[in-house]
Design a protein around this ligand. Sequence first.
Ligand SMILES: CC(C)(COP(=O)(O)OP(=O)(O)OC[C@H]1O[C@@H](n2cnc3c(N)ncnc32)[C@H](O)[C@@H]1OP(=O)(O)O)[C@@H](O)C(=O)NCCC(=O)NCCS
Length: 177
Amino acid sequence: MSRTCRQVGVLIRERQPADDAAIHALNVAAFGGSYEATLAEDLRSAGLAAVELVACDAADIIGHILFSQLAVTVDARAVRALALAPMAVRPDRQRQGIGSALVRQGLARTGALGWQAVVVVGHPRFYPRFGFSAAPARKLRAPFSGDAFMAIELEAGALGGEQGRIAYPDAFGVDAR
Ligand SMILES: CC(C)(COP(=O)(O)OP(=O)(O)OC[C@H]1O[C@@H](n2cnc3c(N)ncnc32)[C@H](O)[C@@H]1OP(=O)(O)O)[C@@H](O)C(=O)NCCC(=O)NCCS
């Protein structure tokens, strides 16, 4: 993977272990705390990181996105699903299209690998532009609800059915219901 986003010189590629200190610093800078940086590390340690991309400008890591395995069932049918979290762009490089490029390339990669759906808790004005919506998430019993709790089907009908549930891994630190 070596496609660029609309920022000239920005490369999006798979995360490598040597990136991890920079990814940690980036998440702390973007979120103003360490919850998301630790979340990324814990998901990796638990073997749950399925797709992880970074955006680079020369040697600098200026963006990061992680998709991790998530236990989702709908009508007792297991869905091959991922959580999108965390995602961050370095504060001085935000609003330049880098976050959007990370989401788009991440979704293309997860779909190509055969994942069926992605769930996100995020801003309801940002994620719908990539195809996420609250409607398919509403049927999923989870520690989250409301407009910020969204999902996208990468495989048509993957989330079809009456009722489902999500069990988040311990790394998220959210209570299962
Ligand atoms: C969210 C984030 C990853 C977006 O990356 P980015 O490179 O700035 O995104 P893009 O330039 O591709 O897109 C910018 C769009 O995102 C929207 N956006 C970004 N952060 C937003 C927020 N917190 N609330 C609402 N909209 C937001 C902007 O309004 C902008 O929309 P516009 O193009 O219609 O003006 C980045 O702002 C960031 O790291 N924020 C801090 C950490 C964070 O909140 N992560 C996401 C958790 S869900």
